[in-house]
Design a protein around this ligand. Structure first.
Ligand code: ATP
Length: 637
């Protein structure tokens, strides 16, 4: 991809074995939790074997104790064995739920920390380029989904790795019991068989997990279709256009397309290895016990026999799939890996490592040493031979754009769809940096300002502005978040933008939450939201943001609201540098300067009368719209 050397290499960076990655994550659970979990898990591993040994002694003592009667040494030994077996059993019953709760806590803690880290990484880049890269978004989607729902997350992998201690301890204790009571060769053979079974299990699971990863595209498609069905966005169209049958067919096909290869992979991964390992394991078990049994059987007592039988069976059972460990440790690191990939991709972008927040590092910009103070524009903001194309885009949006936005006046930008009007706003906000050329404020390159300080000078209504699910007052106050407690300022901005009329006489006034699902919440129309966004801009202006950028600010307002807004707006924004982007020529004609963008350049500029006299693109577009408007209203302007 252009301008981003080395980015393709990110996925090729060698990664440590996932098992070591899990081990490296374990300390994130915290020392207190870890020091509780380790002994609990070790105890849970040892207790079944303590129970087996005590139960074997108990059974072996029964004939002698019954014969000697109560109070005899045999009876005392019987009682002791019973007490130990009962204690081991009870302790296990108590520790099991405790272990589950501690595991859950550990998983949540690790996932919570990783989620915070993921969010911090997502907020780190000062621009948008990285967050619009599909591969970056895909890694973010995968990581946040697993971390959020915590199904097969890194936290679950950590808890699984700690739970593995239980199984390993139990296996070791079983083998020690067999070795000490019967034969160390038998213990060794048994251990080998169990490890062979486990190897078969884990290998199958690994292949299955790989097959799942390779079906990520299919999984994504199912996710998309499911969301389409359950989220309200497309609900209207699905019903009106009768898309329900088509959608369920698509969903069914997508499921089949995902399940078929997954089932095939599961068969390949499990069936034959299972048959092979079972046959091999059984043969080895029989051979070891037969050989050792024929040579050492005469050494076994009744107690020894019971211990060896139960310990051997217990050990063999440990060759199975561990429900609390295997899937978690095998798949749980997918989200961890995705989070790491996401961070690596973000870092690989220019500016990706920079801190977008005050006090953070600023780039060693090509424009020279950083300038800390950002002055208000006094003369003009100038785009000087600016070249820009989106990373991965289909070519240049601007190819040598020269444009002067006079300070303290209103400049309107017009142009066809896709001419680059919104891109110009993004460059001005430094959400992207130009590939060539400069943007200067009174002669100083904006790249030399701390990015946050520069942005504080801007008050922007984006075409797709954010609709925060908080109160109307907070939605407006976000224009200058440090001044959220300036209630009078918020109310004044709200009045100018006509917000009270929108909210009506509802109790709560500006404190009404702007989300239908919140209790007492209001649901606003597109035009009503636009008034909130305009009020946000006016509030920012009041708190020291002298450059106002309005990208299609009144597209959803009715004609009366638009006229009223501009009458008041013009008065309130006197002296501010305003950049207005609009397809509405009734709005545009009131600007001091009108600029026509086409082909990545500025092709006409001047006042309304001047451009009409020029009879070029602007005059043509203006007449076309005025004519259409007159057709509907009978008003020729
Ligand atoms: N994130 C992006 N990645 C790649 N290309 C993009 C991106 N955003 C916009 N473009 C492309 O850049 C060009 C200019 O888009 P822009 O949104 O700036 O146009 P516009 O003049 O604001 O259009 P409209 O009047 O429709 O709002 C278009 O060709 C568009 O497809």
């Amino acid at each position: 991809m252009r301008g981003l050397p080395g980015r393709e290499d990110v996925s090729a960076v060698p990664r440590p074995d996932p098992r070591w990655q899990v081990v490296r994550l374990v300390p994130l659970t915290g020392p207190a939790l870890l020091s509780a979990m380790v002994p609990v898990n070790l105890a849970l591993g040892a207790l079944p074997v303590v129970f087996v040994v005590a139960a074997a002694h108990l059974l072996a003592e029964v004939p002698a104790a019954v014969a000697a009667g109560a109070g005899s040494p045999a009876f005392d030994r019987l009682l002791t064995a019973f007490a130990v077996a009962a204690a081991a059993f009870l302790l296990r019953e108590i520790l099991s739920p405790l272990q589950e709760s501690l595991g859950e806590l550990a998983a949540r803690r690790v996932d919570g920390l990783m989620y915070d880290r993921l969010m911090a990484t997502a907020l780190r880049p000062r621009g948008l380029a990285a967050l619009e890269d599909q591969r970056v978004l895909e890694a973010l989607r995968l990581a946040s989904r697993e971390l959020e729902y915590g199904v097969q997350s890194p936290g679950q992998a950590c808890a699984g790795a700690l739970a593995l201690l239980v199984r390993v301890t139990e296996l070791c204790c079983c083998l020690v019991a067999v070795g000490a009571v019967f034969s160390w060769w038998a213990a060794l053979g048994l251990g080998g068989v169990v490890l062979l079974f486990r190897h078969g299990q884990r290998g199958g699971l690994r292949r299955y997990a790989r097959a799942r990863v390779s079906l990520a595209d299919e999984e994504r498609r199912i996710d998309y279709l499911r969301r389409l069905v359950i989220e309200p966005g497309a609900g209207k169209e699905i019903r009106v256009f009768g898309l329900i049958r088509w959608l369920s067919g698509m969903l069914e096909d997508a499921y089949r397309g995902w399940l078929r290869p997954l089932w095939a992979a599961r068969r390949r991964a499990y069936v034959w290895p299972f048959v092979w390992f079972t046959a091999a394991g059984t043969a080895v078990t029989v051979a070891v016990f037969w050989t050792v049994g024929t040579t050492a059987a005469d050494r076994l007592t009744m107690t020894g026999f019971l211990i060896v039988m139960q310990a051997a069976l217990g050990a063999l059972r440990l060759g199975e799939h561990y429900a609390e460990v295997d899937l978690q440790t095998e798949v749980g690191l997918r989200a961890y890996d995705a989070a790491e990939r996401f961070a690596a991709r973000i870092d690989a972008y220019p500016g990706g490592r920079e801190d977008a927040y005050p006090g953070g590092r600023e780039s060693e910009s090509a424009a020279g040493p950083p300038v800390r103070e950002v002055p208000d524009p006094v003369h003009a903001i100038r785009f000087d031979r600016v070249r820009f194309g989106y990373p991965g885009g289909r070519g240049r949006v601007f190819d040598g754009l020269d444009l002067t936005i006079p300070a303290g006046r209103c400049t309107a930008i017009v142009g066809m769809n896709g001419a680059g009007k919104s891109t110009l706003v993004k460059l001005l906000c430094r959400l992207y940096d130009p590939d060539g050329g400069t943007i200067r404020v009174d002669g100083t390159d904006i790249a030399s300002f701390p990015v946050t300080a520069w942005r504080r000078k801007l008050s922007v209504v984006f075409q797709d502005f954010a609709r925060y699910e908080v109160s109307a007052a907070e939605n407006i106050g976000f224009g200058a978040v440090d001044a959220l407690d300036d209630r009078a300022g918020i109310e004044a901005a709200a009045r100018t933008a006509g917000v009270p009329a929108v909210l009506g006489p509802a109790p709560g006034g500006l404190d009404v939450p702007l989300a239908r699902h919140l209790s007492g919440g209001a649901d606003l129309s597109g035009g009503q939201w636009q008034r909130i966004a305009l009020a946000r801009t006016l509030f920012a202006l009041r708190h020291g943001s002298p450059v106002i950028v309005l990208d299609e600010p009144t597209a959803s307002l009715d004609v009366r609201a638009e006229t009223r807004f501009f009458d008041e707006f013009a008065e309130l924004t006197q002296g501010a540098t305003t950049l207005l982007i609009s397809h509405r020529f009734a709005t545009v004609r009131r600007a001091d300067l009108i600029v026509v963008l086409a082909g990545g350049r500025c092709v006409e500029q001047g006042g309304h009368d001047e451009l009409m006299a020029l009879d070029g693109r602007y005059a043509h577009m203006f007449r076309l719209q005025a004519h259409r408007f007159a057709e509907y209203t009978g008003d020729p302007t």
